[in-house]
Design a protein around this ligand. Structure first.
Ligand code: XMP
Length: 319
């Protein structure tokens, strides 16, 4: 794509001009935006960039390994893998209110990011994968009355708190343009086409109180569901798909025995921007096959449901 080729060159020139010989830190989430921003900035200034990847223990199966392998081993970027699972999970113990969960995670995230970023020493810039719609949204939110349905976990206020200037090379781009730029930079399609994943991660897909046991069960079920979606060639037709582990045990039969295990809900939606969404119309064969696989392969789940709520009135996530 010639447009993106030109954009890439110009963006690199601007990053070099802005940063000079200073150091930059970048929070890497594994999502498309921060990944593209990191690769672009790394191309511009090389090892003056260090990425910080916070593992809050609420990631999906294999996710941390994928991110570390990709950026540290494939792109040779200086990367701090902040393994703070215990800190987050201990703080979340006994917490069941969705907003308290988000705030607990958001606050710790900032503390942990700040702590690890300070290991870099002498950084003067913070890189963020802010997109054009984010810029617009924050302006209109601050301008008028707004109803906050869910407090999004982000790093708002972090640059001021850390005394850092911002580098935001994607500020003029829409999502599809970021994807095109990512392809131009050689990021694999498996990264570029990834479904969005919320900052609080699996915490908001585990309604009620979170435990390590529940998270382990949820991770396995989610992996089976996504595997099924990929095997049936449906991944790219879906905006987001995941399993939510319900805080309820139900009775089942397995062989000659009675089981008493968790129920889960599969969720898959189509959407353009996440603001509205329709549930994905899977075939009954697909639903039945996937339910059977989850029950057979995931110890701890004996009942599978499919969430057919659209947004509105539902939200995409369960919390
Ligand atoms: P809802 O559930 O509000 O989600 O329909 C809309 C989109 O936003 C994502 N989401 C979040 N992302 N922090 C995030 O970074 C959050 O707290 C959060 N809550 C929801 C959700 O995954 C979907 O893409």
């Amino acid at each position: 794509d010639w447009t993106m080729g030109a954009y890439r060159e110009e963006a690199i020139r601007l990053i070099r001009e802005q940063v000079g010989d200073q150091k930059v830190i970048c929070g890497l989430s594994g999502g498309v935006d921060s990944s593209v921003a990191a690769v672009l900035i790394h191309e511009a200034i090389g090892d003056q960039l260090t990425c910080v990847f916070v593992d809050h223990g609420l990631l999906r199966e294999g996710e941390a390994e994928q991110v570390v392998t990709m950026f540290r081993d494939h792109y040779n970027m200086p990367l701090i893998h902040a393994q703070e699972q215990d800190l987050f999970l201990d703080a979340l113990e006994g917490v069941s209110d969705p907003e308290v969960k988000r705030k607990t995670i958001g606050k710790l995230f900032i503390d942990v990011f700040q702590k690890h970023a300070s290991e870099v020493g002498g950084a003067t810039f913070l890189a963020q994968g802010t997109l054009y719609p984010d810029v617009i949204e924050s302006v209109s939110f601050s301008g008028g009355p707004s109803v906050t349905i869910k407090s999004h976990h982000n790093v708002g206020g972090l640059p001021e708190k850390m005394g850092l200037k911002l580098v935001e090379p994607l500020r003029e781009l829409f999502k599809d343009e970021v994807r095109a730029l990512g392809r131009e930079l050689g990021l694999p399609d498996s990264f570029i086409g990834r479904h969005p994943f919320p900052g609080p991660g699996l915490a908001i897909r585990c309604p009620g109180e979170i435990t390590r046991e529940k998270l382990a069960i949820l991770r396995r079920a989610d992996a089976v569901f996504i595997d099924q979606i990929r095997k049936h060639g449906l991944y790219d037709e879906i905006w987001q798909a995941f399993v939510a582990l319900l805080p309820v045990r139900t009775v089942g039969v397995m062989g000659d025995g009675r089981t008493y295990d968790y129920a889960c809900a599969m969720r898959a939606v189509t959407s353009v921007d996440g603001m509205t969404a329709d549930y994905y119309p899977f075939s009954h064969e697909f639903l039945g096959e996937t339910a059977t696989r989850i029950i057979n392969e995931v110890r701890g789940i004996n009942r599978v449901t499919y969430d057919v709520t659209s947004k509105p009135p539902g939200t995409i996530e369960w919390e």
